[in-house]
Design a binder for this molecule. Structure first.
Ligand SMILES: NC(=O)c1ccc[n+]([C@@H]2O[C@H](COP(=O)([O-])OP(=O)(O)OC[C@H]3O[C@@H](n4cnc5c(N)ncnc54)[C@H](OP(=O)(O)O)[C@@H]3O)[C@@H](O)[C@H]2O)c1
Length: 460
């Protein structure tokens, strides 16, 4: 396919680690033709050659098909570096001229790989160019800094580009195991028939990180774990797991229906719904307020007022500086009786892609009793599977080029989850609940265990 891609933030981390490697993979797969073009925009003073030298090692390190760079030189011919200050309206005219000169394309993607406070400035300036006609704009969380801000941003983008041309990325929706969840439910009667309140006692979703805020302290201190992780990624996974008809194409609509069924926040019960924590040493991180009360850990116990899920808690947790890095969904089935362990289906999303089923068998020989054993499948451990599994950004860029919006987030979903999260945060703040400190290398503060009971023994 002939694709022209304009990347604002061409010298940033997202572009180097994710976008360029994804574009290289698409080139190797011949999804990106030799008549395609990529304009990478930054403020630094590079020639095309210098920029290409800069990104080559990133492609080698991060592209799944980047071990062999024999086609890198022909890929590099698609790339142009363009220096501009995107806050300066006068610099867009030359960009338009470059795009008219170098870019013959059937599909035009514009990626905003920049800090969110620039989304509107760029969109409004870029929309005035003749080359903006029919372009599709891609952007990622955080979508606004508050609900009000998200609405303003959305109005501005829709006025500039039209609602069908906006592709809001939640890259978790491009992850292999998140996609697999629907197929696991759809095609395996052993799970499909038991996927409800009669057989499931809890659903657990975790996204734990070993790292702290690193260089992103300025952004993170304004956002916190709830807005950075829960409001988007964890909510997406929860709604994928909970939606009613995994075999129907209306996935986005069903996800929104699940969000609308979230039990209303009761400010008097907030201590039983959410616990926030902050890792020790966070206030000494670069660009973090030394008196910050921003949470770096959040645990939530949510219920859905939905016939399939009445009474089943959805336990969500995410944190930085935790024991281990992993993202996972675990389905805890009801035990056969009080003497047996529950079956558990674990779907590991990252860093490896795995599925484990824990179930009971008889103890060997003449020993009395049962033991819980595990059946395991590791998709990413198999080199051939791994090589053939597109990474999230590769998948999302191709879906956008194909005008397939089904795996992108609708504004209604963003608005609904923003509004729910805001109610939770407001209730927490007005109840004067603390943000509990926790030691580094722990999975959050002890106070969160109370919220997760009686299932906390099944957390990893
Ligand atoms: N990094 C990730 O893995 C990741 C993951 C998910 C979401 N995101 C989101 O993606 C966005 C980008 O993140 P990032 O980590 O790539 O940020 P970053 O490393 O700070 O990069 C920012 C980019 O913006 C450019 N820039 C800033 N001000 C500019 C100006 N006035 N004119 C022209 N260029 C300017 C910078 O160019 P210079 O070379 O001039 O500095 C750089 O290319 C953010 O919204 C972030 O939340 C990132």
């Amino acid at each position: 396919m002939n694709i022209h891609m304009t990347i604002f933030g061409g010298t940033g981390d997202l572009c180097s680690r994710k976008l360029m490697p994804a574009l290289y993979n698409l080139y190797i797969r011949e999804e990106l033709s030799d008549s395609s073009s990529i304009i990478a925009i930054g403020r630094r003073d590079y020639t095309d050659e210098q920029y290409i030298d800069l990104i080559k090692p990133w492609v080698h390190q991060f592209a799944r098909l980047g071990r062999d760079l024999s086609k890198f030189d022909s890929f590099a011919k698609l790339i142009h570096y363009y220096r501009m200050d995107f806050t300066d309206p006068s610099s867009y005219k030359d960009l338009e001229a470059l795009e008219q000169h170098c870019c013959v394309s059937s599909v035009h993607l514009v990626y905003l790989a920049v800090a969110p406070q620039y989304f509107r400035t760029i969109a409004e300036n870029y929309a005035k160019l003749s080359t903006a006609t029919d372009s599709r704009i891609l952007l990622e969380k955080p979508f606004g800094e508050t609900l009000e801000d998200a609405r303003l941003l959305n109005t501005s983008l829709e006025q500039s580009f039209g609602s069908d041309h906006i592709f809001r990325i939640d890259h978790y929706l491009g992850k292999e195991m998140v996609r697999s969840m629907l197929d696991i439910r759809r095609t395996n009667p052993i799970f499909a028939n038991a996927w409800n309140k009669d057989f499931i006692q809890a659903v657990e979703i975790s996204a734990m990180e070993e790292v702290g805020v690193e260089t992103r302290g300025g952004y993170y201190d304004q956002a916190g774990a709830v807005k950075d992780m829960v409001q988007n990624h964890l909510m997406q996974i929860m709604t994928i797991l909970a939606l009613d008809q995994p075999d129907q194409p209306s996935i986005r609509e069903q996800q929104i229906e699940i969000m609308h069924s979230l039990r209303k926040v009761d400010p008097k019960e907030i201590q039983n719904q959410m616990v926030l924590g902050q890792y020790e040493g966070y206030r000494n991180e670069q660009k973090v307020d030394p008196k910050s009360t921003t949470e770096t850990f959040a645990a939530l116990r949510l219920y859905l007022d939905h016939p399939r899920w009445q009474g089943v808690p959805f336990l969500l947790r995410t944190g930085k500086k935790c024991k281990e890095r992993f993202s996972e969904a675990a389905i805890l089935f009801k035990p056969a009786n009080e003497h047996t362990a529950p079956d558990v289906l674990r779907i590991r999303i990252q860093p490896t892609e795995e599925i484990h089923l824990e179930f009971n068998v008889k103890n060997p020989g003449d020993q009395a009793g049962l033991q819980s054993v595990q059946l395991s499948f590791c998709q990413s451990c198999n080199d051939i599977f791994h090589q053939n599994t597109p990474e999230a950004y590769e998948r999302m860029l191709l879906a956008c080029a194909n005008n397939d919006s089904s795996w992108f987030t609708s504004f209604e979903a963003i608005e609904t989850s923003w509004s729910y999260i805001q109610q939770l945060k407001d209730a927490y703040r007005s109840s004067n609940l603390p943000v509990y400190p926790y030691p580094q290398n722990e999975n959050g503060p002890r106070e969160a265990d109370r919220l997760l009971e009686p299932f906390s023994s099944h957390w990893l």
